[in-house]
Design a protein around this ligand. Structure first.
Ligand SMILES: [Fe+2]
Length: 192
């Protein structure tokens, strides 16, 4: 008997060819170096059915201090090609990113999934220099930062420039960027 796993969720991971320390320095200077955005655009996953469009990157910086975490959320937006995150500083125990199976609420309790063994979530241990591109609709969260140091990443949505006006008009444009929930439950926003 052959087993077929239908409808996989695809994401892409790899390392960007850019010096992380240079990007960190540019954050301190207040202007993130253009080389990073060029790298992010150059590495956009290729499609077999469409050319990569000219893109705009809307980004925000996550500074997760000790005890901070990111609640489960998604970036769903019909104008977004991919969402993603690039890691700059990831002390040990500063929190994995966890992706949730979008079907989990439907199939969690089903007998076949119990029988076959089913993991409703997948955790990824990031490292500095790593980038992940994922579908904007894929729910994710970041564990609590248990280290004494800050965890820094740059999250982004990639939008075709043709869709940019529509992207900015989306009602949830700002809600999407609620990040870094502090230990006291306060959530800070970084918009750029
Ligand atoms: Fe996110």
């Amino acid at each position: 008997m052959n087993r077929f796993d239908l409808f996989p969720t695809t994401l892409w991971m790899g390392m960007l060819d850019i010096d992380v320390s240079i990007v960190l320095e540019s954050i301190d200077d207040g202007i993130i170096c253009d080389d990073l955005f060029k790298e992010i655009k150059d590495n956009i996953p290729k499609s077999e059915v469409m050319d990569v469009p000219e893109t705009h990157i809307h980004y925000w910086i996550n500074f997760n201090r000790t005890g901070d975490f990111n609640r489960r959320h998604h970036h769903t937006d019909i104008t977004t090609l991919f969402s993603g995150v690039y890691y700059l500083k990831v002390p040990s125990d500063s929190g994995r990113i966890i992706f949730h199976d979008p079907r989990s609420r439907t199939i969690d309790a089903m007998m076949d999934t119990k029988y076959c063994g089913y993991e409703p979530e997948v955790s990824i241990d990031p490292q500095p220099g790593m980038i992940v591109y994922f579908p904007s609709w894929l729910e994710h969260e970041v564990e609590k930062n248990e280290s004494d140091e800050e965890r820094i990443s740059i999250a982004f949505n990639i939008t075709s420039v043709d869709e940019l006006d529509r992207y900015k008009d989306m009602e949830n444009f700002y809600d999407n960027n609620a990040i870094a929930t502090r230990p006291d439950g306060r959530t800070e926003f970084f918009i750029s």
